[in-house]
Design a protein around this ligand. Structure first.
Ligand code: RIB
Ligand code: CA
Length: 306
């Protein structure tokens, strides 16, 4: 069995950086393309950050820039969490510009998916604007996608609004298009993201995990998705963890929709565990994660990033 081909759609983003590293250095995944989308910070910044990461990791994966803004909403970024650059805290090399395709993300994803002999897995760890545009412009790609394993949403409370999670709430219209696309979805939301914590004793071990571990330790000093003391939330690593170690998760298959019109609930995911909406399931929702096993897995995975 060869490596599983994936496309990562991302807005690096400190937690994105670690998820990308783990995917790139894993033996099981082949990252065919990295696409960028405005989210944590602007499109230019996230694209440069992706190119800086690839220069630092020494990995020549093509990058294609996508949407500079959500479909309808104004972009409200998360620079308060990731710093003004989006990856504050570490002095990365210059962006490897030769990896940046002239194609936009939608056309690049379409080409890579249609050219692939094997169905592609999409791993969006950012607002879903690019994915929604891909399905709108090229609906025929859907039958060549194995599944979408995304970081986003919440069956409980939010981290951008009372009930809304950042990736979904940044572009709710795009998220609704993706959840209703008919493509198989795995949703790794805040229910697991909040428990996927790097604790102080783990953070110290990072310093012994080579250059990537040291880089992570530097970024974590600036990361505001939790604290060194209470634990740093590795939201995006939940998506790659599902691909590499699905047994870490407790999953429920159910119907998920996205609220657009609620004056106080727009952008929240309705995870219909009790079947009130009487709709067929459209997603596997990660409802729990084995926290201790995640911590062990995370450090082992980072240890391979050399
Ligand atoms: O809610 C967490 C998500 O928002 C993560 O993808 C993080 O990178 C931010 O984009
Ligand atoms: Ca992200």
């Amino acid at each position: 069995m060869g490596k599983r081909p994936i496309i990562i759609d991302t807005d690096p983003g400190i937690d994105d950086a670690l998820a990308i590293a783990i995917a790139l250095f894993s033996e099981e995944l082949e990252v065919k393309l990295i696409t960028t989308v405005a989210g944590n910070v602007s499109l230019d910044k996230v694209t440069n950050n992706a190119l800086r990461l690839l220069a630092f990791f020494g990995k020549d994966v093509p990058v294609a820039a996508g949407a500079a803004q959500p479909l309808i909403c104004e972009l409200v970024d998360a620079s308060n969490v990731h710093g003004a650059s989006g990856m504050e805290g570490f002095d990365f090399p210059e962006p490897k510009k030769e990896l940046l395709l002239k194609e936009n993300a939608v056309n690049a994803m379409y080409r890579v998916i249609m050219e692939s002999e094997e169905p592609i897995t999409l791993m969006p760890i950012a607002p879903l604007t690019n994915i929604a545009l891909l399905f709108a412009v090229y609906p025929q790609v859907k039958e060549k996608i194995r599944e979408i394993v995304l970081m986003g949403g919440s069956a409980s409370r939010g981290n951008k609004g009372v009930m809304s999670e950042f990736n979904i709430a940044t572009d709710p219209e795009a998220a609704k298009m993706v959840f209703l696309s008919g493509v198989p979805i795995v949703m790794a939301g805040l229910d697991v993201g909040w428990k996927a914590l790097v604790m102080p004793e783990d953070t110290e071990k990072l310093l012994g995990l080579g250059e990537v571990g040291k880089m992570a330790h530097c970024l974590f000093k600036k990361y505001r998705g939790g604290t060194f003391k209470t634990g740093l939330k590795m939201y995006d690593s939940c998506a790659v963890a599902y691909l590499l170690c699905p047994e870490l998760f407790t999953v429920e298959e159910t119907y998920v929709d996205v609220e657009l019109a609620g004056t106080m609930t727009a952008g929240c995911t309705l995870v219909d565990l009790k079947g009130y909406l009487k709709k067929e399931p459209n997603a596997k929702v990660c409802m729990d994660i084995d926290q201790e096993k995640f911590r062990t897995w995370f450090l082992e995975a980072l240890g391979k990033c050399r």
